[in-house]
Each structure stands twice: as structure tokens, then as C-alpha cells.
Design a protein around this ligand. Sequence first.
Ligand code: ATP
Ligand code: MG
Length: 566
Amino acid sequence: MTEKEHSAPQHFIRNIIQEDFAGNRLQELVTRFPPEPNGYLHIGHAKSICLNFGLAREFGGRCHLRFDDTNPLNEDEVYVDSICRDVAWLGFDWGRHLYFASDYYEQLYQYAVELIKEDMAFVCSLSPEEIRHYRGTLTQPGTDSPYRTRGVEENLDLFRRMRQGEFSEGSHVLRAKIDMASSNLNMRDPVIFRILHARHHRTGDQWCIYPTYDFAHCLSDAQEGVTHSLCSQEFEDHRPLYDWFIEHLPVPARPKQIEFARMNLTYTVLSKRRLNRLVEEGHVDGWDDPRMPTLSGLRKRGYTPGAIRTFCDMIGVGKSESLVQMSMLEHALRDDLNYRAPRFMGVQDPLKVVILNYPQDIEEELEGINNPEDESMGTRSLPFSREIYIERDDFREDPPKKYFRLAPGREVRLRYAYFITCVDVVKDENGEIAELHCTYDPESRGGSSPDGRKVKGTLHWVSARHCLEAEFRLYDRLFTKADPTAEEKKGVDFVQYINPESLRVVAGCKVEPALRGIEPRTRLQFERKGYFCLEGDSGKEPLVFNMAVALKDTWAKIEKREQQGG
Ligand code: ATP
Ligand code: MG
């Protein structure tokens, strides 16, 4: 790995694993990442991926990629493919350990039969509403189903016929016989198999009964010999049930479930349901819109897998849910790209400059350093000619104090080129500045001072004759509020906090010709602007660049101020 990886900080899950090794309770660490193939992965999933695969790598164990595909209604093969791609892109390898809960359907059926035989499961013929009603509440115990006392033989027969498709959806379910008076609602005779006359994306029409998540998950873990089953905090109340199944069935391994806090990120939402709404309602341009916190969106935006891994290490693993600052993620990206991204010059709002004393019929090749942080990245050739473009904002007719860029009569440096002095401002009929006339000092070639005289400003530029047309897509936060779902319980819809200026498309940009022919998805820095990622093909003008992150971390300052209540 070429990325600058941070050394992983200590956390409670690593401690548990170390203790298990030390106490000889563990020979090999086996973890798994268990997505449901019902959506695209987001940065929250990255936390779980980095944790599971990261620990396995660290302890020389293995991590499985297992699809928890127990709900045929919402799941699809396209999600399987995109999830595999995203996990691989993040830099993790499941080797031959790609699994599907649906591969275990027969085994899970047999386990259920086992429970029936031991009088620990029964076919319940209450309607779904009745089941809910009998279940009780947090303050009231549940009531036994009248079917709870059905005999083993009758249960076996009914369950077999459920499988054979004799019954309609909702007419029967198989439930574990645990304790309707338990203070934990998950233990009140939970449903473990239900009838669904639905086609599954992998098993087709082979099954019309499907195991529930709670039944399938722990037994799949056990089936695969998972030792540590790491999941998010909301499954804490499901752990007694997880353990109950493991304890009462002849499983080949006894995995340990450990919960950790989900990650949330400011100025975005991390849940498939909400992200789906953004797509469905057209607030964004698909799941991989560069404003989305999905891994496919972040990739398109220009994020590197290394930056995301570093970020996941930085935020750590804890027990209480946290709202992580978006600026932290951006910081991780800047840090990573600073070392790997080649520099180029690009002008977003071009203002023409004519260099009066530079001969019309001459052009020359100057040299630019590709990355001052990494000499091995070499140099590139920068064509220079009499007419160039600079950034409109780099000139003021009436410069305020501390404005060190170009102004009438003032001398500045053109990066890697020459010192120029503004001698005239040419305006159009509307009084707008049409172009600038400057002179240059031939002795300052390369941008170095010929006689020790100093200039305060250094500007980026491109040669008018040589530059390429480009379009910059400038992204801002997707929401205007740090926690857009905070008032959801009060009925405030998060969608109303969408930032109307989250995307600004700037056409008519000019970039240097060395960009012709760069690979799709190349990440680069436009000097003084930010990190960008080429969208599409570099052979066709205008070249389109997505801005990954600006150079200056203005948002970090804003967030800090907000935190301090200022
Ligand atoms: P969502 O709420 O976005 O639909 P999910 O938890 O339903 O997510 P799964 O496909 O079930 O999505 O998730 C796979 C794994 O990723 C689970 O182990 C889950 O705990 C973990 N995970 C999902 N979201 C986060 C998050 N924000 N932070 C940490 N882990 C997460
Ligand atoms: Mg889920």
C-alpha cells in the first residue's frame, strides 16, 4: 500500500480480541462484513468494513463478505455487484470467502426442524396483527399464543407444508418458543420463518418461506466459523436472542456478538432509506452523485480509498453514537491527495492578459513541478505565449489593503513563468474589464527574481493559444444543517434542509494543455483552488472536473465557531 496509513489506535474491540488470544480462547480471528443487498454502501458502512477487514488483517485472520439476503422483496443482484466493487475499491480482499445467507436456507430449515423437535419452536397461526397485539409492550408482558401448545408432530407437518407452498402469506409463521413475559421484546417468541411467495434474486422460486434476520444472522455466523460478530449498537437487544439460538442448536462454532456505535456525519444523511429518497425525488443525480455519502459518490467526487481508511481510523470505535465532522473526512482527503495528486493550473473565471513586449510569433516551453511534496513525480512542460488567461479575481482596479495580487502599475509573478506588470486596463462598452495589458521582465524566466526585487503575489495562468476548455463542477455541503434529521421526530422533514447551492457548474474554464490525455478519474490539484477529479474523457473538450475538496479548510473554521457557539 502506497498510502500514508496512520497506525491504528486502540479500542475496546481490539482489546477484547487481544484478551481472547491471551486467554487461549482464540486460535484464529474470523470476522465478517454482512451487508443486506438492498442499497449502495455509504461511508457509515466503510466504518464497519474497515473495522472488520482491518482487524482480520491486523491479527492475521480472515474476514468474510457475507450478504444477509433474507428479504427477497428489497434485494437485488445489482446491489451485490456494487457492494463487492466498493469493498474491493476500499482495498479489502475477502479471497474465497464470499457467502450468502441464502446459501444456508436448507441448513436453516433443518435447524428450525431441530427446534420444533425439541419443542422449542411452533407454528403460529395468528394473523400478523394478532401477533403484534399478543406481543405486549415495554411495560406490559406478552400473552402466549393459543398455538403455543401445538404438538411436535403437528408443527412438523405444518412447517413442511409451509415450505411446500400450501399456505398463503401471513397465514402461518414459525416462532421460537422462548418467553412471552421476557422484559426483552425480542425474546417473546420471535418469528423465525415466514411465508413469502416472492422470487429471490439467487434462489429463484425454490423457496416460499424465508428465515428472519435474527434467525439467519447468528446461524450464518456460526456456520462460517465467525469468532467475533461485530455489529452496530441497535443490535444490543438482539444479543440474548443471538446467544439463545447458538446455545440451543448443534452449531459448529460459537461466535461472540459485540456491538459498536454507528457513525453519523455532519451535513449529510447515512441511511439507505433516506439516501433512497434523495435519489427517488431527484434531489441528486443518482446514487453515485458526487454529493452523496455513498462510496460510489465519494469515488466519483475524487475520494481515495486511503483517505477513507485513514478517516475510519481517526474516528475510532466506541459505544456511544457520534456525529463526526465532515471537515474531518475532508481533512483526510486533503492530507492524502497532497502527496499523491499532481499539480496543474486551471483558470475558473478567465481574464485575458496581453503581454505587450512579448513577441507575437514566439512561444516557449517553461517547466512546472508536478508535485512539490514528491520530487519523483517530475516536471511538465508549460507553453507560454503573448496572450494568457489569469483569474478575474486576481486583479483589482482599486485593490484593498493586503491585496497582493495584480493591480494597475503593480508587478506580480506568474507561477513558473515571468514577472509581469500591469500597464493598462481595457474595458468594454459596459465598463467591464475586457482585458489587461501588461509588460514582462524577460530576465525573470521561470519566475525567479532577476535582481533580488520582491513581488508579493504569485498567480496561476494558462496560455490562451494552448489552453483547453473545461467545466468545473463545484460542490458544497448537501445540507445546510449539520444534523438535518435532528427534528424529524417533531415532523420536520430533512429534505427541506437541502442546500440549493450544493452544485455549481462553471463553464468556460481554461486549463493547461498537459491535461490532454490524462486517465479518467485522475485526481489532481488545480493550484490555489483545490483537488479535482476528471469526470469522463480527457480527449474531448470541455474537460469536466469534479471538485473533491477546496484547498483551504474554511468549513472547519465554520464548524469550530458553531461548536463554540460563536
Ligand atoms: P442503513 O441504515 O443505511 O440501511 P443498514 O445497517 O441497514 O444501514 P446493512 O446492509 O444491514 O445496512 O449494514 C451492513 C453493516 O454495516 C452492518 O453490520 C451495520 O451495522 C453496518 N453499518 C451500517 N451503517 C453504519 C454506520 N452508519 N456506522 C457504522 N456501521 C454501519
Ligand atoms: Mg439493515
